[in-house]
Design a binder for this molecule. Structure first.
Ligand SMILES: [Zn+2]
Length: 283
């Protein structure tokens, strides 16, 4: 599609001005360049294989923890980067900083369901948001996401998911894939909204209530939680001990599916959420 205007230009104007020979030479050189064969091999693209898919398997959501100006500076001038930056302007603006065909450096040491180092297999979206501020009582005060910003995010996520056929269970937060280091996009990120848009799996409330009743007063041992969290996708210790790394993973799970309390403490509701989410899909 880009060929015809340039060719028409070369064919029409320069050949008359430079003479037929010079014009022909210029035309051939331009054709060779346009065909990409000036210095490389000739590629015949008439056949296309059925067996292929996108290299992009995951979509990872982050908050920047910085204002827009600083986010742009950091994401364009430092080592860290992301494919997209979603601003908090009115209306929100989507900046593309890295082409989707290339790797951005947003995930770091990361893992989900057998896949590690997810930079190579993911698209990263950084959302401008002030992040979480540690409070004197030990809690974290998160900054809310304006609805208009989430509306724009939903549009972007739907577009990316459609083009790369990303599975719903692979739309994740940084805290899912790196729970020992990261808590973004935080407890105020509206995961439920993404579920309501059909983008991510969400446990059925009635099933959770039923399962919770069964766990009430009979909270499973830590090893059960570790196994269930690993089955869900997390990299988690398997030692049966409620140590700090295990609590961080439980907190990351709670932050997403039960943001009212993410203390990392195993409880009946957390067990119920895990059990329902891990249950095989019904036909
Ligand atoms: Zn992040």
């Amino acid at each position: 599609m880009h060929f015809s205007p340039s060719l028409r230009f070369l064919h029409g104007h320069p050949s008359r001005r430079l003479g037929a020979r010079a014009g022909l030479g210029l035309l051939l050189a331009a054709l060779a360049l346009l065909a990409g064969c000036a210095f490389g091999p000739v590629i015949d693209t008439r056949y296309s294989a059925q067996g292929q898919d996108s290299r992009v398997l995951f979509l990872i959501l982050h908050y920047t923890d910085e204002n827009l100006e600083d986010s742009i500076r950091i994401l364009t001038r430092q080592q860290v980067s992301s494919h997209y930056l979603l601003s908090d302007e009115t209306p929100p603006r989507i900046y593309r900083l890295v082409d989707e065909s290339r790797r951005a450096w947003h995930a770091g040491d990361s893992f989900w369901k057998g896949h590690a180092n997810l930079n190579a297999s993911s698209i990263g979206i950084e959302i401008v948001n002030a992040g979480g501020k540690r409070q004197p009582d030990g809690g974290i005060a998160f900054a809310p996401y304006p609805p208009a910003q989430i509306d724009e995010l939903v549009k972007l996520v739907k577009d990316i998911v459609a083009r790369h056929q990303i599975q719903p269970s692979r739309i994740l937060g940084h805290s899912d894939i790196a729970p020992q280091r990261k808590i973004d996009p935080g407890a105020l990120f509206p995961w439920k909204r993404l579920a309501d848009e059909g983008l991510i799996p969400w446990p059925d409330a009635a099933q959770v209530a039923k399962a919770r009743a069964g766990f009430e007063g009979r909270v499973p041992p830590v090893a059960w939680f570790q196994k269930a969290l690993a089955q869900h996708g997390f990299r988690v210790p398997t030692d049966g001990v409620l140590d700090e790394p295990t609590r961080r993973v439980i907190a990351a799970f709670q932050m997403k599916y039960r943001p009212a309390r993410y203390d990392g403490q195993p409880d009946a509701e957390t067990a119920a959420l895990l059990e329902v989410l891990n249950a095989p899909a019904r036909p």
